[in-house]
Each structure stands twice: as structure tokens, then as C-alpha cells.
Design a protein. Sequence first.
Length: 269
Amino acid sequence: MKNLTQLKEQLFETGYCSFNIKDMNEELYNTLSDKLGDGAHTLNHHIRYIRAKWLQPLGTENDWKTILDFAPNTKHHFNVTSPAPSDDTKHLIETTIEYENHEDGVRYCENLESNELNEFQQLWMFGQPKAPIEIKKEIHSIFSEIVDKFYNKEVKNDKITYEFTWYRKDGIIYSHTDTAQGGDVMPDPVMECSILLYLNKNYDKSHRGEFIADYGKYVLYPEFGNIALVDYNHRAIEHRVEPPTHEYGRYGILSFLQRNFVVSKNNLI
């Protein structure tokens, strides 16, 4: 691992750095590992949403609408752009789906995947806005320490929103950048940084699901304790997630830290 000075230099020069929390605070690493027990899958009951985005040929308008009949107890938000900005022969369909239980969510994803016409740009599952209660204290401590070490600031833990994310086998998020207004204005007016903490125990690189940034320059595998830190002061770095190849998938905790919740430390008197 690079030392903290080197990591900070990389972060503020490139907009990205990575490390394992064990190298920063081994006690927090061990406590989080103990709290997770058998693994992050034990927290699946906190995952209640699906986010999906895909292209589908024009003339198939009714195909995606029939998905609504699959799970009548779910809530849906659909946005359909016709034609798609990148291809005038296709729809661009974006949806966020809220479901009642984890099994329904998995079946819903399987139903989406069964349509061979769908060309996915995003398909993943998540829970929000709080970290799972079982590991809430540890997550707050880890994210707060990162903000302290890299920004010399403190974070208002009661204001942070988290996404407990799960990419199933073949789940994906396409190449993109994260900016509050969708542009390249820096510093970002809303976000200070984002932190992604991986939770996969017993991970093997053959399971894939890696985070790839800056068009392949940086690669981070979802091994337990690995951190991807993205800064929004100078550059919005391109990144994507490669589809996991293992049924277990890829688990993580993600937060976009807003500037008004990352504040200067109180002066000591």
C-alpha cells in the first residue's frame, strides 16, 4: 500500500485512489469482519430496490410493460426515451423498482434478464438510505476516518445517506462519471467525494465484479475491506463495474458525501 501522503497526492491529482481499510485501521477492519459473520449475504433483507437501464428495439413497447404484471406488489418508476440518444432504432428504458422481499427482487431481475432484446447498461440491487443496522456503527467509523485522514474534516454522520449495493451474477453498470449536474464543472457544487467499501469475504479474482476507473488505468477487485475513493474537486473520473461471474455477486457500501455534510473540524480551545 502507498503511504497516506502518496494516496492523497494521487487522489487530488487524478480524482481517485484505492486502499484496504485494514492498512489504515486494522481494528475497524476486524470489527466489521466479525459483525458480518458469515458474510454480507446475511444482510440481504436490507436490499429493497432494483435499478435498471437498458436499450430495446423500437416496436417492442409492450414487452417491457408486461413486466409490471410479474410482481403486482412492487412499485415502479419508468422513464422511456424514444428514440435512444445513442441509437435511433431503440428505446432507452430506465427504471427503479421497489419490492417487498428479497426473493421477489431476485425473480424480478431474472425476468428482466430473460428478455434477450434487453441490452443492459445498468442492473443492480440496493438498499438505502441508511447503512444496515447490524454494521451501522462500523460503517460510520470507517467513512468518518477516511474523511478525517484525506480531507482533515469531519462528517455529519446523521446526515449521510448510504447505498448497500449488490450486483448479482452478470450485474452491471456501464462506463460513466458521477457529477451532480451531469457536466464537467469542477469543483462539483454538491459532492465532495464518494466512498465505496467492499464487503465480499473469501473473494477470488475469478469472480470478477471489479471496479475499473479512468478507462482501464485503475482496477480494484471487490475484496473485503477494499476502498475506492473518488474526489470531485478537480476531475470527475470515468468508471464502471464489470459483471460478476460468481453466483454470490458483489457486495458493497457506497456513499456520495455532500459538501454541506463534510465540514471543518471544530476549533479546539
